[in-house]
Design a protein around this ligand. Structure first.
Ligand code: HEM
Length: 467
């Protein structure tokens, strides 16, 4: 901490709390969280910066690679439980709508510590380990192909809305054991959570409850060979409510980061000529391209949050018990102490071979689906490149806009052109039970039926789910 931060000239030079004074309003910069900002914070504050997540909502942002890794790993000192947030706990603040999806407590593994975490993560670990390589490959390829079929004859597409945002949600829906019609619904509802449109976000939350409640209902009565049914195995003793919370976590954790990573890899290929050349020449393998993107445009620039269980000193700065520490993946990846593997002007070949980034987390809460996510991203990118001849950007790189979000780094749109190709005939995926069928009418409590009926009536769907 520098002297200028400790002494407040307006207060006769008395020491002041850096978290209270001079905190940087990050919420004003959502969408432009990148290199110059991290450099500015580093030069002003060093290894950890006081920031505002909302007007008057203070947090610490970890800027250094070592500090981030230390906090992620030290589970006895840094809790993941958002109920420990001192200002919220003491009733001094309530969370605004934007932060609620990432910061509100839910009884899922993500917010649990120690033994409770071990209990809640066990069914997730078990279910993910039962997804065979062959099944992941077959399902991911089929979902990718069906999404590409929807636009390959048009010669143009938005690779974010038409593809990257849909693929992980459709795939998770299949792994959960539901028909594709619900995957379209899930994809658009889950994407709706991140929109600025508060009314639509609230509607998405309400309908997601029907999705997860209905999924649990369905699998309790008719289990199958799927993630939901495996997680419900008696040895895990999960209640319906706990099941729904863990499924919400799975979709939340799987959807946007994977969508962003697919989109950011495609952006690098379409908007960074040097990277595209290195990839096309074969010098930059796909895995290394993904690493390069993780270093330079991590799909989660920041992560909420860890709460010290006692007063601590981090990066030379005192942090009080219960003050939120935001994990800074993007600033950590640009930490000059690392020799900047993905630094400005650096070649993708320099950063790509280096996989020591923090993108999969570390310690107790590290991502349990790293290899699944890597395979899905690889298949998603490869299928698109294999199927669309002469794929090219439809707008100049500087017209591509990042979505205005604090905890997510993904493009709003990625418009592309390509030579149109005919969509092959495919066997239709299994249809969902028809909502208007008498059986469904007799079961008004069937939440999935209610969801699909709402969906078909809402007229918002870009695809006719269930037709
Ligand atoms: C590019 C894609 C992905 C990235 C970058 C990513 C990254 C991460 C990170 C950084 C964490 C640590 C969270 C923390 O420490 O607070 C995490 C946790 C988690 N991820 Fe992933 N993830 C991705 C994809 C997935 C997928 C596809 C799934 C599920 C199929 C998944 C499931 C989870 C779960 C359940 C947790 C919570 C683990 C716990 O709290 O113990 N993730 N992920």
């Amino acid at each position: 901490m520098t002297e200028s931060l400790n002494a407040d000239p307006r207060n006769g030079g008395a020491p002041r709390c850096p978290l209270r004074d001079g905190a940087v309003p990050l919420y004003e910069q959502a969408g432009s969280l990148d290199g110059p900002l991290w450099e500015e914070l580093r030069s002003r504050f060093g290894r950890i910066a006081p920031v505002l997540l909302e007007p008057d909502l203070r947090a610490w942002l970890l800027l250094g690679y070592e500090e981030n890794l230390h906090v992620l790993r030290d589970r006895s000192t840094y809790s993941r439980d958002t109920r420990r947030w001192n200002e919220i706990r003491d009733g001094r603040r309530v969370l605004g709508a934007e932060l609620r999806p990432t910061m509100s407590y839910r009884s899922s593994a993500l917010y649990a510590d120690g033994a409770e975490h071990a209990r809640l993560i066990a069914p997730i670990d078990d279910a993910l380990s039962r997804l065979s390589d062959a099944r992941i490959r077959a399902e991911a390829t089929d979902v990718a192909d069906r999404l590409i079929d929807d636009f390959c004859e048009h010669g143009r597409a938005d690779l974010i809305g038409d593809y990257a945002m849909m693929l992980p949600a459709m795939l998770m829906n299949r792994f959960f054991g539901l028909e594709d019609a619900y995957g379209y619904v899930l994809g658009e509802l889950s994407a709706g959570l991140w929109l600025d449109d508060g009314a639509r976000a609230a509607e998405s939350v309400a309908q997601m409850r029907n999705y997860f409640g209905g999924l649990v209902q369905r699998k309790r009565s008719a289990p199958g060979e799927d993630v939901t049914s495996w997680m419900m195995a008696p040895e895990f003793g999960m209640t319906d409510e706990e099941m729904a919370d863990q499924l919400v976590l799975l979709v939340g954790a799987a959807h946007l980061p994977t969508s962003n990573l697919i989109g950011n890899v495609l952006r690098a290929l379409l908007a960074e000529p040097a990277t595209a050349r290195e990839f096309a020449s074969g010098a930059l393998p796909l895995n290394d391209l993904v690493n390069h993107v993780i270093w330079t445009e991590p799909p989660l620039p920041m992560l909420a949050a860890r709460f010290p269980t006692r007063d601590v000193v981090v990066g030379g700065t005192p942090v009080a018990e219960g003050e939120p520490l935001i994990i800074g993946f993007a600033p950590a990846h640009a930490d000059p102490k690392l020799g900047r593997p993905g630094g400005a002007g650096g070649s993708a070949l320099d950063s790509g071979g280096n996989s020591a980034h923090l993108m999969w987390g570390a310690g107790e809460h590290r991502c349990p689906a790293r290899s699944l996510a890597e395979r899905v991203v690889g298949i998603g990118v490869r299928r698109l490149l294999d199927r669309l001849p002469r794929l090219r950007a439809a707008v100049p790189a500087d017209e591509l806009a990042w979505a205005p979000a604090l905890f997510s780094r993904g493009l709003v749109e990625l418009p592309v052109l390509f030579d149109p190709v005919e969509a092959p005939q495919r066997e239709a995926p299994a249809p969902p039970p028809a909502p208007a069928a008498p059986a469904a009418e007799e079961r008004p409590d069937d939440l999935l039926t209610r969801l699909l009926r709402w969906w078909q009536g809402s007229g918002r769907s870009r695809r006719s789910a269930g037709d």
